[in-house]
Every structure is written in C-alpha cells, then in structure tokens.
Design a protein around this ligand. Structure first.
Ligand SMILES: *[C@@H]1O[C@H](CO)[C@@H](O)[C@H](O)[C@H]1NC(C)=O
Ligand SMILES: *[C@@H]1O[C@H](CO)[C@@H](O)[C@H](O)[C@H]1NC(C)=O
Ligand SMILES: *[C@@H]1O[C@H](CO)[C@@H](O)[C@H](O)[C@H]1NC(C)=O
Ligand SMILES: *[C@@H]1O[C@H](CO)[C@@H](O)[C@H](O)[C@H]1NC(C)=O
Ligand SMILES: *[C@@H]1O[C@H](CO)[C@@H](O)[C@H](O)[C@H]1NC(C)=O
Ligand SMILES: *[C@@H]1O[C@H](CO)[C@@H](O)[C@H](O)[C@H]1NC(C)=O
Ligand SMILES: [Zn+2]
Length: 933
C-alpha cells in the first residue's frame, strides 16, 4: 500500500521508450534466471462465481525468496493477470525488515516474464518477501484457473464451479510464480468464497473463518515442497464419498462429483485406495500426504491431472455408471486413476528437471499404470493387450521421419504442450517395459525404488535414473558388468525411431546373422543412409522349443559408439524349423525374415497347433508382415497368405493387430473403384469370426462378462461387420435401436446391451435418417452419464445426410453460452464426421475455411488443432491432396505454432499414402480376389 509513485512513472517512461514492441526485452532466455529461488508461497484467492462481480478471481501472493547471488531484479512468470504495480512490495526478511522499492517493470510476452527491477540489489544468501496483488477473469478456456458449468437435474438450473489446470505452463495464468518444474516450494493456500460453495486444495482444510454474512475464508495446511504445475484448487457445490484406506498412515480418499452423478463414484472410490496401496508396496515409499481428493470436472481439457492430493478428471475418466457405462469405460476409469496415482511418485515426489524429460513422468505413469490395472483386475488380463497396443501404436508413429526422440530439447512454452504425445506416453512406456523385461523384476523394482528415494522432493533427469538402475543391476548381476543402462537406453531415448532387425539364415550350415537399420514408412528415403543404431535385446525361440515364456535376451545387438555390428549365430535352428525373434514383443523392434522362414511360420499358423505361438507373437507376425508389405520390403503375398490364418483365429489381440492395419487400407480404398473387391474380401475374412462370436447375440455374456478381451473382441468384430454388412449385423443393430425408440421412457430404459451401444448407435444412425438422429441427439441431451454422452457424440457423426453432418460440425464449434457440445468434446464431433466417407469433404472444407475461427475457439490450448488435421490427412492419398494440405498449412502458419509437430506428421502421412497408391493400387484388385473365399 505504500508504493511510491515513481514506480508508475518509470514504467510509463519505459512504455514510451520501447513502444509496443517487446521484441528486444533485456532478458530473452527461455529459462528463468537462477539468481533467486522461491521457498514458500502464501497464496490468497477470492473466487467470484456469478455474483455481483460476475466471474473473476483476485488475490495476493506472498513469495518468500532466497537470493543465490546479488541480483538487481526479480523475474518470474505472469500471464494475462492484472497486476497493480503500485501495490507490489519487496522486503528483506533478514534482520530489520526493510522495504526495497521498484525502479521499473518490464514485461516479456514471448516467455511470459514479469521483471521487477529493484532500486537496490538483492544480496547473496538473503531472504526476501515479495508481495503481489493480482486479478483476472475466471474464463472458460480450460487452462489456468477457469470456470466450468453443469445443469442441475432437479431444478434445471445452471451451476458454476471454478477449478485449476496448470500443467504444463498455466500456473502463471492464475498467480505470479516461478513457473518451472525445478522451482519447488511449499504452498499455503487460502481460498475465500461465497459460503454456499465448498473449497478444496492439495492439502486438508485447516480452518474456516467467516468474513461476513455470506463469505468465508478457508485456510489449507502447508504443502510439502512441490512444483507449481501441481498446485490445485477448486470452488464448487459438489458432493463427495469418503473412503479411508486402512494403511499405516490412513490416507483419506474422497471422490467428488456433481450431486446428480454421485451414484457413479463408487468404482473410483474402490480403485483409488487399492491402487495407491499397491504402489506404496512396490515403490516401498509411503504416500506422504494425509488425503487424496479426486474430482470429476464437467469441462476438462486433458483426460485427468495428477495434482498432488487433488487429482482432477474428466467425468468419463472417473465416473462409472453401473448398467449404463460399458466395461471398456470401466477399464478406462481404472487405467486413468492408476496413471494419475502413479504420478504421485513419478512426477510429484520426483519431478523432471526440465520438460525435456517429460517422458520420465508420462512414460513411467503409463507403464506403471498398466501394472496397477493388472493388479486391480487380474481377471481382465489387460497387461498383454496394453503392451501390444502401445507397441504397435509406436511402430506406426515412430516410423515417420517427422517423429521425434523421447527426450527432446525444449526451448519455448509452445513446444511443451506438443510433447504430451504418443512418443512420451506410449514409447516411453514401451522402452520402460523393455528394460523391465531384460533387467528382471527385482533389479527393475529395486533400482526404481532407490531412484525415487534418492530424489524425493527434488528434481531428476534421465541419467539419474540410469545410474540407479545400473548400480542395482550390477549388484544383482542381471546385466553384464561391461554394459551400463545409460549406454543401452540412450540409444532408445535420445534417437528418433526404432530398428527393423533382419535375420539372414543359412539353411545349409545352420548359421544366421542379424543386422539392424531404422524402419521408415517413407520408402523414398534410402534405408542404407540411416546411420543410427540401437542396443537391441535379442530374445528368440525355435519351433521345437516354442518357449515363449523367457523374454530375457539370449544375445545383445550392440551399438558401441554408434557403430552397427552384425550378430552372428553359429547354429540358430535346424533347417526345417522356424525361428521367432522378439518374444512377447519384449523389445521395440520389427523383425524381417527370409521367405523360407515365413513359409514355415505360415505353415504353423495355418495348422491346428497355431496357438503354440504366443498370442502376442501372433499379433507381432501379423503387424510385421503387413508393415513390411506396406513398405515393399517384402512381397504382399507373404502378408496375405499369413493373415489367411485369421479364419481360425478366435482371440482378440491378433484380430486387433490385423484390423488396425487393414483400417489404413480401407481409408485409402474407400473412395476408389476397387472398394467393391476390398469389401468382398473383408466380408469373407470377417464372416467366420462374426459367427463364432455370435454376432450381436449372446449379449448376456457381453453384459456380465468380466473378461475384458471377450467384450472388446465382440465390439471390434461387430463394428467392422456392420460396416461391411456381414451376416445379420445391420438387422440386429437396427432391431435393438427400434426397440429403444419404442421404449416408453427411453432415458430411463435402454434395452441395448451396454457393451454394444457404440456399434448399435453408429450402425442405426448410418442406416437411418432424421428420426433416428434426432432421437439420439435428444438422448444425448438428457443423459447424465458422461461415457454414454461420449459414445453418442461419436455415433452422431455416422450419419449419411450431408446437411445433418454439416450442422453437426457447426454445433461442435458453437461459442454460444448455450451450446450443447462442450469445448472438451469438439474433437470427438469433428473426428467422427471426418472419418465418415460423406463427412470427410465437409470436415476438410470446414477446417480449411475456418482455421482462424477454430484457432480462436481452442486458444490457448491450440495444440488440439493437430487432432483435427490428422483424420483429414490420413484419408488423403494423392500428390494433389498433399499440395492442398501443404499450401493450407503454409499459408496459415500462424495458427499452428502449438501444433506444428502434428502438421508435419500429417503431411508425411499423406506422402506415405500416396506412395502406397503408386506402388500397390494397380495390382490390388487381383490380389484381393485371389484371397477372397
Ligand atoms: C535479472 O538478474 C539476473 C541475475 O543477475 C540477470 O541474469 C538478468 O539478466 C536480469 N534481468 C534483467 C532484465 O535485468
Ligand atoms: C442394474 O441392473 C440390474 C439388473 O437389471 C439391477 O438389479 C440393478 O439394480 C441395476 N443397478 C443400478 C445401479 O441401476
Ligand atoms: C510358460 O508359462 C506358462 C504359464 O506360466 C506355463 O503353463 C507353460 O507350461 C510355460 N511354457 C514353457 C514352454 O515353459
Ligand atoms: C442371432 O440370433 C438369431 C435368433 O436366435 C439367429 O437367427 C441368428 O442367426 C443369430 N445370429 C448370429 C450371428 O449368431
Ligand atoms: C486472456 O484474457 C482475455 C480477456 O479475459 C481472454 O480473452 C483470453 O482468452 C485470455 N488468454 C488466455 C491465454 O487465457
Ligand atoms: C493456396 O492457398 C491460398 C489461400 O488459402 C489460395 O488463395 C491459393 O489459391 C492456394 N494455392 C494453391 C496452389 O492451391
Ligand atoms: Zn500423465
């Protein structure tokens, strides 16, 4: 309050001097100066939710800082905050309290810096208190401190709530702070609000004080040292269910949701404590906070956010409605909660030094969560499927030239949000699984635990992890003493891509050689020019042995100093026996064999003992054969002959691998004159499995079965079957839908089996007209179950009427206060229309004509734009379409500042489609006819 007016004057002068251009800020480095660090924040915030001030928050932050050297300024992050400079205070906490006045303020909008130049320098080792008042709108941007809305069922009223989303760099939108992950500090949070609301934050409530008749102030306990991006608070009128986990420390678990959704929190309340307990055991470190709140937020940008002690979720990721949600959505809830709770150790307790190592957070959380879900639901047997799915996903994504390494230098905030992608999550998870399998259980678990203990409440980078693991592995002798983890793992985390290992067998003397090169989908690039190599753990088995249990490497393919070396085998296998490398897909590499080996494999797959080959390796053979055919490394004939065995395959994982590959062929062919032949072929391979699974019949099993594979299998196969008009699929689906339409109270009574709804809805809408569409749209509006609403949204895009689809896209981008589609769900609407053969053109035109508007709609989270471009690009198949997309993205460059990674990938995917068409389109008809039975 006692600021001198000289501050304002100096600041005005500065504005005059520099004008409106900030380009030459006197501090332009992308990292904060290291001269000062925060030690403690006292953060007071008043939240106005639709009261006389409208929607706004205002506050005061008091930051205790330590100077590590003499410094003439304090530089921190602040963005979009109104800060009254005259009220900023800086005082020394050493000896007599002494005010330091500000000389001037400088703002650097490129890096969101707020620089306070001081009249007197901070002294090395001194402690200071900085106080700054601030305020801002409580907007609907889904980032920073924002507002969300829902409709109360009984009164029909709109109800507001306020909640935070800070990762990666949005804490600065909510309060001035040192917004970098290694600037850890303790936080004391104080929230004042209308007393009709409740407030929650990272820590338990310590005290509540009435401020006046309607207004209260809640003070929360001080946190442990933590990064700014993990701070969280919310003001809402939700209810909660409480579970106390009986552990040494009695962690209190509360699951929060809007009142109408409280019947859907039970499952989350079971998963949370149970998986937390599992992690405490495997990491051998107890959860340090007294409580965890998990809250279902109606408007939420990501899937969920692991804020320490207050985990926020999309409703679809936390709520599970018995009799309405599918088993897959239950699986999703278990996975997401397990992921977020794994972060309480990986990310919260030990945090990456800088965003470059984001994968340490995300890869670990993804991998550990798959172990967590397996522990929660052994009957689901989900670990295999998740491992295969992640690996096959990365085989596609990381075969692009435009992919990037797991560990990536980050020099600007715009780059950070883009690396929350498949590479950080899925590839991170794959390489950790690979390491787990080659090190063995005890070395992995002990190494990880010692890393977590060593860096608790601190920051670490990947080398620190490698050191802990090397030490443990050498101690337990699970890694040759001349090898170290850093050498091996750097080849996977610092380089883009993964190898294809070629096995050359000499059938006369029984020897063999293995070599590696990077696998690329773009075949115009010469493989031989690719210099990189990887440390590849070679596990394998031969036909008579058929031991698919041992995933330990029998040999290592080395890559010392980046020099590729062949691995020689003196006697690999008898000449009449096949060999399979990469047992259970334990390594991230493809395998290419000679025709003779493939022929022997095909022989076994077509025979009655095909299940002697492990299910994950059946999926691997399918994916490798189809990919190598796609790129022309091998003849398509091998792949086509191999997938013939699917006619006797009854399991989900191999089918998933096959159909994921055929999906791309389908996308390319669906607008061509050869589609007829492709359809006949697809019908012929789907028919036996459709009948085996009973089509859309036997739904009792599908409702009650706890066998996740069976359910996913039925959904996958019936989805394809209805699209290709196999058997009675369409009739059965339309029949179910009609039954629902004639239900007296369709919002209460839905006769369609929950697990089949996604297939039935889409099929009925695809084969129906306005009535069906309107009926389903109405159900969407009336449903109180988020997972059901999401399935409906993706099904509404299955329509065939252009005007309905066009209107649907427009509704998806409606900024109106009363829009029925939430911003978080817009990409679901857009993608479902774009993937529809009729909707494709409409979606493409909409994107290209409205990019400025779309940018504004998503701002500040414009990374989402790459999610719109990818479904469009994946269906573009010619040079002309490539140029069209290239011109579009070049001309509108400014809108892709946070999605350029996605744009580059999209452009490359068009080139790859085009190459495929050039190589394969000519002969495709004849080939497909040959294999159609
Ligand atoms: C603020 O102080 C730090 C440490 O002395 C220095 O590196 C930085 O350049 C200063 N920033 C400005 C804008 O003067
Ligand atoms: C779910 O359906 C079963 C069988 O129809 C019924 O017994 C149960 O009460 C229902 N549960 C809920 C939560 O509606
Ligand atoms: C592999 O493991 C499974 C389950 O543990 C066991 O049933 C099977 O006999 C093992 N196979 C071999 C070849 O050791
Ligand atoms: C589904 O059940 C109906 C009636 O029982 C039967 O006619 C039909 O063949 C069955 N469909 C499949 C694919 O099993
Ligand atoms: C900044 O505030 C303005 C005005 O409230 C708002 O329109 C804009 O979306 C905000 N920007 C961000 C990044 O939140
Ligand atoms: C490139 O895009 C611009 C603006 O979108 C358009 O005016 C121009 O005709 C396009 N050029 C080509 C070759 O498509
Ligand atoms: Zn995560």
């Amino acid at each position: 309050m006692s600021r001198s007016s000289t501050v304002v004057w100096a600041c005005l002068l500065w504005f005059v001097a520099v004008g409106s251009s900030y380009a030459d800020s006197s501090y332009n480095h992308y990292r904060l100066p290291t001269s000062v660090r925060p030690e403690h924040y006292r953060l007071e915030i008043a939240t106005h939710l639709d009261d006389d001030k409208g929607f706004e928050f205002s506050g005061l932050v008091g930051i205790t800082i330590i100077a590590f050297e003499n410094a003439n300024n304090i530089t921190l992050h602040a963005k979009n905050l109104t800060i009254d400079q005259t009220l900023i205070q800086v005082k020394s906490l050493d000896g007599e309290e002494q005010d330091i006045s500000l000389d001037s303020i400088e703002v650097n909008p490129l890096h969101d810096y707020y620089i306070m130049k001081l009249s007197k320098p901070l002294v090395k080792d001194g402690r200071y208190l900085l106080k700054m008042p601030f305020k801002a709108d409580l907007n609907k941007n889904l980032f920073g401190y924002y507002r969300s809305v829902y409709t109360d069922k009984s009164t029909g009223e709109r109800r507001w709530l306020a909640v935070t989303q800070f990762e990666p760099t949005a804490a600065r939108l909510a309060f001035p702070c040192f917004d970098e992950p290694d600037m850890k500090a303790k936080f004391s949070i104080i929230l004042s609000h209308d007393k009709k609301f409740k407030a929650i934050s990272n820590m338990p409530l310590e005290s509540q004080t009435p401020l006046d008749e309607n207004w209260v102030q809640d003070e929360f306990q001080e946190t442990v040292p933590m990064s700014t991006y993990l701070v969280a608070y919310s003001v809402n009128d939700f209810e909660y269910d409480e579970v106390t986990l009986k552990l040494k420390n009695d962690v209190v678990f509360r699951t929060w949701a809007r009142a109408d959704a409280m019947s859907q929190v039970e499952y989350a309340g079971w998963v949370g404590p149970k998986v937390l307990e599992y992690y405490e055991t495997i990491f051998d470190i107890k959860f340090p906070l007294p409580k965890i709140d998990q809250i279902a937020v109606p408007d939420f940008s990501a899937g969920a956010m692991e804020n320490w002690g207050l985990v926020t979720y999309r409703e679809t990721a936390l709520l599970y409605a018995k009799n309405v949600s599918s088993t897959s959505s239950k699986h999703r809830v278990a996975s997401v909660i397990s992921h977020e709770l794994a972060h309480q150790w990986f990310g919260n307790l030990v945090t990456m030094k800088w965003w470059t190592d984001l994968w340490l957070n995300e890869g670990f959380a993804t991998y550990i969560a798959s172990l967590g879900v397996e522990h929660l639901h052994p009957e689901w047997d989900s670990l295999k499927e998740e491992s295969v799915e992640n690996t096959l996903d990365i085989f596609k994504v990381d075969a692009l030239k435009t992919s990037h390494p797991i560990s990536l230098p980050i020099k600007h905030a715009n780059e950070i949000s883009q690396i929350f992608d498949a590479i950080s999550y899925s590839k991170g998870s794959c390489v950790l699984r690979m390491m787990h399998l080659f090190l063995g259980q005890s070395a992995f678990q002990e190494g990880v635990s010692s890393y977590l203990k060593k860096y608790a409440y601190k920051n670490a980078e990947q080398d620190n992890l490698w050191d802990s693991l090397t030490e443990t592995a050498h101690k337990l002798k699970t890694l040759p003493s001349e090898y170290d983890i850093k050498k091996i793992m750097d080849s996977w985390t610092l380089q883009t891509g993964y190898p294809v290992v070629t096995i050359e067998r000499n059938y006369i003397d029984g020897t063999a050689a293995a070599s590696q090169e990077r696998y690329l989908l773009d075949t115009r690039t010469s493989r031989a020019d690719q210099e990189e190599c990887w440390w590849v753990p070679l596990s394998y088995t031969i036909q008579e042995e058929s031991d698919f249990n041992n995933t330990q490497p029998k040999k290592w393919m080395e890559c010392n100093e980046g020099v590729k070396k062949k691995v020689n085998f003196k006697s690999l296998a008898p000449k009449d026996q096949w060999v399979i490398f990469n047992i259970q897909l334990s390594g991230l590499y493809k395998v290419k064999y000679d025709t003779k080996n493939w022929d022997m494999l095909i022989g076994t797959l077509m025979g009655k003992n095909f299940i002697n080959i492990h299910i994950m390796n059946r999926a691997q053979l399918i994916d490798d054969a189809l990919d190598l055919a796609w790129t022309g490394d091998q003849d398509y004939d091998i792949a086509m002959r191999l997938i013939e065995y699917l006619r006797q395959e009854q399991e989900y994982i191999p089918w998933k691998a096959a159909l994921d590959n055929l999906k791309q062929v389908n996308k390319i062919l669906k607008k061509t004159s050869q589609y007829d032949v492709f359809k006949k072929y697809m019908k012929s391979i789907l028919d036996p499995i459709y009948r085996y699974l009973g089509g859309l019949n036997n739904t009792e099993n599908a409702i009650t079965s706890e066998r996740l594979y069976e359910i996913k299998h039925k959904v996958l196969i019936s989805g394809w079957s209805c699209r290709f008009e196999v058997g009675d699929c369409i009739d059965r689906a339309s029949g179910y839908f009609k039954e629902w339409q004639s239900s007296e109270n369709p919002d209460e009574k839905n006769p369609i089996p929950t697990n089949l709804r996604s297939v039935v809805y889409c099929t009925a809408i695809r084969n129906g007209y306005e009535d069906e569409w309107n009926f389903l749209w109405e159900r969407y509006q009336n449903s109180g179950v988020a997972s059901e609403k999401q399935i409906i949204l993706s099904s509404l895009g299955c329509a065939r009427e252009p005007w309905i689809l066009q209107r649907y896209i427009e509704w998806g981008f409606d900024e109106n206060e009363n829009s029925k589609i939430r911003k978080q769900d817009t990409y679901i609407v857009f993608t479902s229309v774009a993937n529809n053969v009729i909707g494709f053109q409409l979606a493409k035109d909409y994107l290209m004509e409205n990019i400025a508007k779309i940018y504004k709609y998503f701002d500040p989270d414009t990374t989402k734009i790459s999610r719109l471009i990818s479904p469009i690009a994946s269906q573009m198949t010619s040079e002309k379409e490539y140029l069209e997309m290239k011109n579009f993205t070049d001309t509108n460059n400014e809108y892709f500042s946070k999605s350029y990674q996605g744009v580059r990938r999209a452009l490359e995917s068009i080139e790859i489609n085009t190459q495929w068409v050039t190589k394969n389109y000519e002969g495709i008809g004849e080939r497909l006819r040959k294999f159609t039975k």
